[in-house]
Ligand binder design. Sequence first.
Ligand code: TXA
Ligand code: MG
Length: 331
Amino acid sequence: MKTEVLKGKKAIDKGAELINRGEIVAFPTETVYGLGANAFNEEAVKKIFQAKGRPSDNPLIVHIADKKDIYKVAENVSAVAQKLIEAFMPGPITIVLPKRKEIGNTVTAGLNTVGVRCPENRVARAFIKKCGVPIAAPSANASTRISPTKAEYVLEDMDGKIPLIIDGGMSKVGIESTVVSVTDDIPIILRPGYVTSKMIAKVTGVCKNFSGEIIKSAPAPGMKYKHYAPVKETVTAVREKLEETYLLNVNKNPVLLVSNKTADIIKKNNPKFNIIKLGKSGIKIASRIFSEMRKAEKIYDFIIIEYFGEEGIYKSISNRTVKSAGGKIIK
Ligand code: TXA
Ligand code: MG
């Protein structure tokens, strides 16, 4: 199969036509690119699992063009859920709700809940609107690989496997949505993301982290799989261990992926080190982490990522980077 990469209205029209024929299409969102199918068409949804090599027990989230469409896919939307919808949709949040029967078991991997997301990205919403149906979509990477934040990265993983990639430029947020379950009174964060627990608690009064002391629900099924893996060996290390880790692996063609501040300090003492600057702030680093990992793995053979801790947005970044390193933090 030839994979086309198109932009603009032509891309959206063609994409909608393919979706309505039961095909799958990659499209941009503000978090990462998604690989979409008509959420009401089980055969089309199966093609997503095939193209990604995704385990069938990992549910997909359903994307809508307008938040009022939530009632087409979910029911029993609680008062807490409504608060989150009002505060954060459209935007980088996925809300897990009881599913309607029109959403099949392939989408939800047999769960009686569905994750619903209304992206903010203009191209994403125009595309979903044109399709006229909710779009089931995981991130558009091959299973276990780094989530793509550009059309060219989708092509790296999906060339020959899907008919079309809608190119909408670079994803602004850069890490996936926060997944929140609101089937209970207190929202539970199943996957940290751009919308932090503090931001949610501000709106709902209280919320829980699945890794926190009170665990009321299983984490998102997808969290148990290997994720975000570059093709080269990757580790994370705290600021104080970065130089040492580099020197211990200096024969492996290493690179450091660090904040601008850390980069300036290390460069001063070690002008010859290979260093990629990720940005000044947490938000900048989030937006670039996946694309810089994709760049690094093409040039270097040993990737060392700075461990940024667990505060606010840094928790969401660390959730991805530590996974890409197989769970290990050098301390
Ligand atoms: O930002 C995003 O969320 C991107 C863009 C494309 O929207 N999508 C994305 O999808 O990251 P995916 O499939 O890579 O991750 C979705 C996560 C998985 O960990 C999955 O297990 C979890 O959400 N999930 C989906 N439906 C769920 C449900 N009903 N209950 C619990 N977890 C669910
Ligand atoms: Mg994913």
